[in-house]
Write a protein that binds this ligand. Sequence first.
Ligand code: PAF
Length: 281
Amino acid sequence: VQIITTIKEMQQRISLLKQEGKSIGFVPTMGFLHEGHLTLIKHAREKSDIVVMSIFVNPLQFGPNEDFDQYPRDIERDERLAGSAGVDVLFYPNVDEMYKNEMTFHVTVKDKVDVLCGSKRPGHFDGVATVLIKLFNIVTPSYAFFGMKDAQQVAVVTSLVEQFNFPIEIIRIPTVREEDGLAKSSRNVYLTEDERKEAVAIYRSLQLAKELISNGERNPAMIQERMSDYIHSNTKAEIDYVEIYTFPDLKPLSSLTGLVLIAVAVRFTKVRLIDNMTIEI
Ligand code: PAF
């Protein structure tokens, strides 16, 4: 795997690849790679001639009291994993390189952000949109791969690409899970041993929702209540939200129909975890 740390060199590399007629698949990440990322790479590998992965912990998308400094990092391990998973070019800029000059523009995401993580993390999706505009302009991929674990991010990025006319196809990849069902996340390392055991309740609450729906339940409030009860009874975690919306528009609905997103966020002592499920009704 070739590591590139400057924007200029990245752009030169891309321009050469384009001259050779290569299609580019892009996997944007914040590093500390796990199987979820490796699955994104696998799909990118299958669909494109060249796979570019970025690793950049983007300060703009972290709130003042969030885990920017504590966000886990291990570039050597990432480099090895990325290389053996089939990444051709690893774009690894530092914060100065990405935000060399103070930003005098502010991207504000206006739709789809007053719910779920958006409402709990003000400015988060503005930061995600800003860095993705930059990365999309630098890498100019044909395809960009996103995990459905961050379903709201997928919804926002879908609008971003449509509204700013990026000629990029956004490919949604299902969440990868541990054996017991816990969604893979770079942040799982911050669970205590007991919390790790309890954390399976997040996935099970989603399974419970699925079961209620297949038994005919269509009232979102009822499902949310049963899920919250389940999490309360099986963990010491604090529930941040249990919410149900249409996907990808993220609108509330009084009776479940169509493609719906059921999403959960909970706080353990040192870490906040999210998970979700989309289900066609
Ligand atoms: O999902 C992530 O890891 C980040 O939000 C992304 C898309 C790399 C933007 O910083």
